[in-house]
Design a protein around this ligand. Sequence first.
Ligand SMILES: O=C(O)C1=C[C@@H](OP(=O)(O)O)[C@@H](O)[C@H](O)C1
Ligand SMILES: C=C(OP(=O)(O)O)C(=O)O
Length: 424
Amino acid sequence: MNSQAIALSNLNNSFHGTIQLTGSKSESNRALILQALSDGLIEVKNLSSAADTVTLNNLLKELSGVNSAGESTEISVGPAGTAMRFLTAYAAVKGTKVTITGSERMKQRPIGILVNSLLDLGAKISYSETAGFPPVKITGNFNQKTAKVKVKGSISSQYITALLLVAPTLSKGITIEIEGDLTSKPYVEMTLAMMGQCGINHTWHDNQVKIGAQTFKPSTITVEPDWSAASYWYSVAALCNDATIKLPFLKKDSLQGDNRIAEIMSHLGVETTYEEDGITIVNTGKKLDQTDFDFKECPDLAQTVIACCAALGYNATFTGLETLKIKETDRVAALQNELAKLNVTLTENNGSYFLDSEGKQIPDEVSFSTYEDHRMAMAFAPLALVINKVIIEDPEVVEKSYPHFWEDMKKAGFEIKTSELAKS
Ligand SMILES: O=C(O)C1=C[C@@H](OP(=O)(O)O)[C@@H](O)[C@H](O)C1
Ligand SMILES: C=C(OP(=O)(O)O)C(=O)O
């Protein structure tokens, strides 16, 4: 089978310039649901160009034409996890007759925890194929039975966000008891902060988050640029001999937990200066001064940081990677496979992953597979700064969150050629 790939090289090893990032996919997708629930009282500015956001926006428009009395319809979210989870809660409480499906991978990403909570609340919802996984079918009106639900916190924070977003529109509101550890906590905090901007109050004591029935106030949400996307520029800066990169409109006090890439990358020699109109990141030449990194609160940064450490020949230990196995691909397995091409290993021991990169001979040319995962492509692309020729297979995967990634890489001096790749 032949498939498209691109070959990247970068002989300059230096970049001084500005990169304009698109809006945060996470903030945008919350804003769209809030806007739809508020019947247009909420205005959204700087919406992301991410395919996941475009998809959600289109599907919300499509669903606005479907009512609970009419024919059932089927929609597909493709690979968009947040769209899958948020739309399931949205359609369930509206009683919209719809089957929500997605890509083949989406059908392997669990949704049972959310569906069980929606059933407890009073939704009419079932599975069309495999219990616990998409597609889900919403079959009728929602009559709220209870306000209280228990949600396991360690699998995905998106289930909690999905419930919180719809909570103010329910006559009894929702009180969520989070069971066990909460993963990706900053994403729940982002949800609550954005709802606060729209006039919705909450309480959060111990493991109980409560949102009562409330009305949205007319408001404007301005989406900040995407900090997860910024992480690839931190990697470029870390791998360049000489880099000063301006990323406009990113803020220190961000709603996005992935702003901790600034702190993480400070240990790899990249310094961040916060300015009125954005941030500037600079390679200071400092060597690794910390060897343990935890990604429980920022799982989307893991691939960037691990690939970057491997390229720099650093040994390090990583934790908080549990949820990576149920994302766009099994990201741990994907990392292990691709790092092996650099003669680097990532081995698990009791939930910790040890990266053994020191002194490894990196080949002159490496072709990286991307596993239908945007973050695999973007995490490995900057390695063209230390490898003569990097080939990225199926480069269009970046569209999911960062459609103009390759144009931005060209602006930064990467030479990019398309190539036909022979796959067995
Ligand atoms: O709520 C969100 O916008 C997201 C939450 C995180 O997922 P999990 O809560 O499943 O870790 C993150 O990985 C994903 O990219 C976006
Ligand atoms: C995990 C991700 O997205 P989602 O869960 O929304 O598909 C991601 O963007 O890295």
